[in-house]
Design a protein around this ligand. Sequence first.
Ligand code: AMP
Length: 280
Amino acid sequence: MIPVVKTVEEARKYVKAWRREGMSVGLVPTMGFLHEGHKSLIVRAAAENDCVVVSDFVNPTQFGPNEDFETYPRDIEADAGLCEAAGAKLIFNPEPSEMYHDALTTVSVDKLTKVLCGKTRPIHFDGVCTVVSKLFNIVMPDKAYFGQKDAQQLCVVRKMVKDLNFDIEIVGCPIIREEDGLAKSSRNTYLSPEERKAALCLSRSLVMGREMIGNGEKSTRKVIEAIKAEIEREPLARIDYVEIVDLDNLEPAEDASGHILAAMAVYIGKTRLIDNFIIE
Ligand code: AMP
């Protein structure tokens, strides 16, 4: 059975032993309750590295005061089975006290974290950057794997790695979806059967927006309006934001040609879901 370690010291011991044998190390940071989306990252990491560490940590510092830290789903035993099947060699599953005890340091990336999800979740990316930096320093991987599902996070982490000279390659992985199009997410478990159906408005509206652009629509304003109108047809949905931005700096893109990210956050009942597409 794959080892599950709870302390920084134990995690380092494993990684140091692998390094002594000249093995490469991949890291997949997660908050657990793993699904096929996470699995795709682990499988890719296992294909590209000798040893893969999955961190399984519901990070309190990336949740706002009224968010779902307490209720976030957890199942370390199921996670261990999935990690082993996907080819990981170690799970790092610390308690918040092990990660933070008396820490006074925060890693903060400016600008990119103030837009999109950062408007509704003002402390979120500081929490993400701080915990990801810590995981990088604990595991010291050659490569780290992140999903395009959290496209803004991927963009912020890439910038942090560049700015702070982490010698780590960041690998972005495509969004894994349910058969009907809903992006896989640990938070999908919050949805009632009725909400689960309603949640399809995210992927459906994005497909429609992407088609508009594919058919030659250049105005991002028109595409955003059409996406919003499609979501608003769903009574259980409430839009947090729908935006089309430049993929490099996350600033609003007027023209739908080129390197863009169409991203949204939508509440379905009380559950906040995100989804996006990228045009390279
Ligand atoms: P989380 O546990 O939600 O913090 O996610 C951990 C990592 O898995 C992040 O890099 C996510 O972007 C990635 N991830 C989550 N859901 C998916 C998905 N449906 N497809 C691809 N990657 C995902």
